[in-house]
Design a protein around this ligand. Structure first.
Ligand SMILES: [Zn+2]
Length: 112
């Protein structure tokens, strides 16, 4: 049995600093791990990202498995960016930052 409370009070500093300038609080994240090298905690999202980046290096960007998780990320970023554009257009201000696909660096936006 894993003790959930061991996660409590840790921060992940690998998450996007635009969204979490002071680190993302790790809460009830059973996939979070302590990095033995740095002694810092890393959330499960960032661990997945590390693994996926390793797969890109190993398999190459065009491998079907790699394309699979890149597309998942692309859809997620696209949804965020479309919402950001709507909000920014309605408000007339730059309230919400656009995001990039962390694997390819592309910045998807729906064409309307
Ligand atoms: Zn993280």
């Amino acid at each position: 049995m894993k003790d959930i409370s061991i996660n409590y009070g840790h921060l992940c500093y690998e998450c996007d600093p635009d969204i979490y300038p002071k680190g993302k609080p790790i809460f009830n994240d059973l996939g979070a791990k302590k990095d033995e090298k740095t002694g810092k905690w890393v959330c499960s999202d960032c661990i997945t990202e590390r693994i996926n980046k390793g797969r890109i290096k190993r398999l190459g960007i065009n491998h079907p498995d790699v394309q699979g998780f890149i597309k998942v990320e692309e859809r997620k970023v696209l949804k965020h960016n479309d919402a950001a554009r709507r909000l920014n257009e309605i408000s007339g201000q730059y309230l919400m930052k656009y995001r990039r696909n962390k694997y390819t660096g592309s910045m998807p936006l729906s064409t309307c």
